[in-house]
Design a binder for this molecule. Structure first.
Ligand code: KIV
Length: 269
């Protein structure tokens, strides 16, 4: 029986302040929500990666707000104590502040505790508008998959000085606007570490090395369910033996004790 007290934003902030690593994992249905919650995963992310790992698409772009709301409601039914974050999908927050507020409200009504949106600069007023209305926001910088075509593919971001500086500036502006958390995807270890050092709020890395406050992986990647090329930052926790539940527990433990990610095996220069 999982006796953990519900994870709140207040508690996540206290964990971060105490230097505890934060553990996030994507989740798309009630069964995995129950397993991830029982394994002690702090945050379940209903990512728009569902377009790729559940729907077999080659990007996250076709995922709709209805689909994210549906999967959020499924996750919420299986979850008891984890913090649930839902992705605002492409096209659900770009047109206007009103559109972003309506879309975020939809995901909160489906049971999310926080919404996540991609990009910096133009998203600053969007973050501020949501936070002012009582909607906690996680921002997402680095490789932002909704911009995959503009970025020229799923490539490491921030290797050149100018982009690294812009990432840092964007991160600080988003924090200033009220974002309570930041996901940084596919950036050199040194860049993510520097961004985290400049911020009060937690950065959750994916392919960003060990210098961030926490880590996130796509569930299907860390269970070795993807048949395509496996990104360097992925560790297959199921291949290490035991059950799915063991793999989830091992992931949480490895993030907490700092053994995942190993910068030599999973990081980018
Ligand atoms: O959609 C998703 O799963 C994500 C993670 C890769 C962070 O945004």
């Amino acid at each position: 029986m999982n006796e953990r007290k519900p994870i709140t934003l207040h508690r996540l902030r206290a964990m971060h302040a105490a230097g505890e690593k934060l553990v996030m994992l994507t989740c798309y249905d009630a069964t995995f929500a129950r397993l991830e919650d029982a394994a002690g995963i702090d945050m379940l992310l209903v990512g728009d990666s569902l377009g790729m790992v559940l729907q077999g698409r080659d990007s996250t772009l076709p995922v709709t707000l209805d689909e994210v709301a549906y999967h959020t409601a499924c996750v919420v039914r299986g979850n008891r104590s984890a913090w649930v974050i839902a992705d605002l999908p492409f096209g659900s927050y770009q047109s206007s502040l009103a559109q972003a507020i309506d879309s975020a409200a939809r995901l909160m009504q489906a049971g999310a505790h926080m919404v996540k949106l991609e990009g910096g600069g133009w998203t600053v007023p969007v973050v501020a508008a949501l936070v002012e209305r009582g909607i906690p926001v996680c921002s997402h910088l680095g490789l932002t998959p909704q911009s995959v075509h503009a970025l020229g593919g799923f490539r490491v971001q921030g290797r050149d000085e100018a982009v690294a500086e812009r990432l840092k500036r964007d991160a600080l502006e988003l924090e200033q606007a009220g974002a309570a958390m930041l996901v940084m995807e596919l950036v050199p270890t040194a860049v993510a570490t520097e961004v985290q050092a400049a911020m009060r709020t937690p950065v959750i890395g994916i392919g960003a090395g060990p210098g961030t406050a926490g880590q996130v992986l796509v569930l299907h990647d860390m269970l070795g369910l993807n048949t395509g090329p496996v990104p360097r930052f992925v560790r297959n926790f199921l291949a290490e033996g035991g059950s799915v539940a063991d793999a989830l527990r091992r992931y949480a433990a490895a993030v907490r004790d700092g053994s995942y990610p190993d910068p030599a095996r999973h990081g980018y220069e």
